[in-house]
Design a protein around this ligand. Structure first.
Ligand code: MD3
Ligand code: FE
Length: 215
């Protein structure tokens, strides 16, 4: 009866996309105030900016970051670096509670002991997108990436190990957390252009935070 409709051993908030890729629906919802306060503090010290690809194109997603490394792209290429090129200062420290939350999410997905040293923060406004890419600037691919979506919903594209592989579309909403590790770690992925909308907390915007072990 109720037990069949809502089996308590198969929580429906936890969804395996593929081996190594686990969606934790709403996992970050209780932590939204802490996350938004932290993002605002980081952005006050290291403002969101639109980087340029090595080929000279302005990225539609604005980004900032905190922790020991930030992601930088310019005409010389893309890489992690310890200093914010806008200020010449180290990236702001990771706000209290960030790393613990990422570690908790990773553990839920089977990656116990995840110790992120960086958090990249992407800001999407309507029309902004991220083309298919792999994340391979980190040193240790045995460590997962934990992503938290806030604000307007988006459609995530999850592909294979080759750019030309077929992709699946995964809707990601406010508070959803995804853990990407193991065989999913080097999959191509992207985000379709953000649809216009107004989120009650964030307005016309989506924020995506990704926690990584870079060094
Ligand atoms: C799968 N960000 O910052 S998060 C990125 O929504 C990035 O802003 C997207 O891709 C965003 O690099 C997607 C989900 C994500 C992040 C890293 C991954 C999925 C991943 C690394 C490996 C496989
Ligand atoms: Fe990525």
């Amino acid at each position: 009866m109720m037990d069949d409709l809502f089996p308590d051993d198969v929580p429906d908030w936890r969804e395996a996309l593929e081996p190594g890729a686990m969606v934790l629906r709403g996992f970050a919802l209780p932590h939204v105030p802490l996350l938004l306060a932290g993002v605002n503090r980081v952005a006050a010290a290291a403002p969101f900016r639109h980087m340029h690809t090595p080929g000279g194109f302005r990225m539609s997603v604005a980004l900032t970051g905190c922790g020991h490394a930030g992601w930088v792209s310019d005409r010389h290429g893309y890489r992690y670096q310890a200093h914010d090129p806008l200020s010449g200062q180290p990236w702001p420290p990771m706000p209290a509670g960030f790393a613990a939350l990422a570690q908790q999410a990773a553990a839920e997905a089977g990656f116990a002991g995840f110790l992120p040293d960086a958090c990249l923060i992407n800001r999407y406004e309507p029309g902004a997108r991220m083309t298919l890419h792999q994340d391979k600037n980190e040193r240790d691919f045995s460590q997962p990436v934990v992503s938290i979506s806030l604000g307007l919903p988006a459609v995530f594209q999850f592909g294979g190990n080759e750019r030309s592989d077929k992709t699946q579309r995964v809707p990601l909403a406010h508070g959803d957390v995804v853990v990407w590790g193991g065989p999913a770690r080097l999959r191509y992925h992207g985000v379709l252009p953000l649809k216009p909308g107004l989120h009650p907390l964030l307005g016309e915007c989506r924020i995506n935070m990704t926690f990584r072990k870079v060094y």
